[in-house]
Ligand binder design. Sequence first.
Ligand code: ADP
Length: 477
Amino acid sequence: MSGPKILLVASEALPFVKTGGLADVVGALPKYLTALGADVRVMIPKHSVVKERYQDELEQVAVSEVHLGWRRKYLGIQTMVLDGIRYYFIDNEDYFSGPVYRGGDAESEQYMYFCRAVLESVKLIDFTPDVIHCNDWQTGMIPMLLRTQYGLTAMNSIRTVFTIHNIKFQGMMGFGLMQDVLEIPDRYYAPRYVEANGCANMMKAGLVFADRITTVSPTYAKEILHPYFGMGMEGMLHARRADLVGIVNGIDVGEFDPRRDPALAVNYDTESMNLKWENKKTLRNRFGLKASIYDPVICMVTRMTPQKGLDLVQNVLEELLHSDLSFVLLGSGDRKYVNFFNYIAGKYPGKAGIYIGYSEELARQIYAGGDFLLMPSQFEPCGLSQMIAQRYGTLPIVRETGGLVDTVVPYNRFTKEGDGFSFGAFNAHDMQHVIRLALEVFRDKPTLNRLKKNAMLKDNSFMGSAKQYLDLYEEIG
Ligand code: ADP
């Protein structure tokens, strides 16, 4: 292979382990980069779910030890090839046998170990990358350690890219802990390095030391230069804005394909949209929905956090439920939202179908069986749900922020074109107004069908973005 050698590093990747959209991206991107000729390998922790499902297929590459200050920690490197991509797993039961994210200082230590282990592993595997592509704060120390502690080794020529998937989570801790685990000298505890708001900050280490910074949509790349979105990183990002670029995520269109998705009751494409109807029936049965089949189903598939705009939904949902529509939600997260949606399920049986939990299969059935997907995010680096929904002919109703701006063409009532609906201000009544517009369009079948077709035929694949990443690697490699 003649393309660049890339080591893609993250805390999670499909199909091995997923808690959010990061796993989808790290799962899909290598496939497209490989198709473009890059030699991409992926390195993630060997979380217990990986052990449970893939233990028999894993091969041991090396066993070693990692020094974390005074600690000596086991380092196992295991590997397997899946769909032509080589994956490496960092094996250490102390750190990765429990939850993927342990919370608090335990989580900081978990991922400081991971950063150190990745760099030590590069010496032990038979692969010297041109670029280590780091993702989110869990990998933030890699660019810093590489520049400040590995400068005199052969690894000095390795370049780094740091991708921000969500700037809200930064990996903060007391500097004492960072210093103790990674032997960082005092002088780096300064605002121009790892200090932010009186804490040591792993994401900041990545932002300061990476050769290039990317984030997952062009709009989010602009937004994070402002304090509202930048979460304290805006100053550093301003300083580095010449090295910051937004590359919109895509989805794995082979994986999310209504023509062959085995989770669906009936498969369909743009030529057989009437079969999408069968999926709507299945969804109705699944949740015991009683509203007429001719009425729309508005869905959500979401982490339940304030980021996802659930406060707006909470404000107007009961009012909306008095209209001729059904509401379906699949989600898990904050207790206050769980309580609210359980209350809704109890008060509106047959109108609202609520499933609290995580289910990949049900998510796909909802994308296929719904008419609209509501995603009124407060901020959204890119968002994948809206793209998956489009692929399944379910029209997204989104707030104009981050990647939602870059991936949804809002319905234009004059040209009757678009592939979704959007509203600007983070305000429940603006959202309700646009939902009403969507409900009007729902009754205009020719327009509705055109919008659905536009959505399904849209190129939401990773190919265009993978080319941009490749150009970036080649530029710095
Ligand atoms: P984020 O990464 O911020 O949670 P994204 O829209 O980028 O949001 O990605 C979310 C991904 O996780 C999508 O693939 C979505 O279908 C999936 N997802 C979210 N919540 C659930 C759930 N409760 N069950 C199954 N899949 C979910």
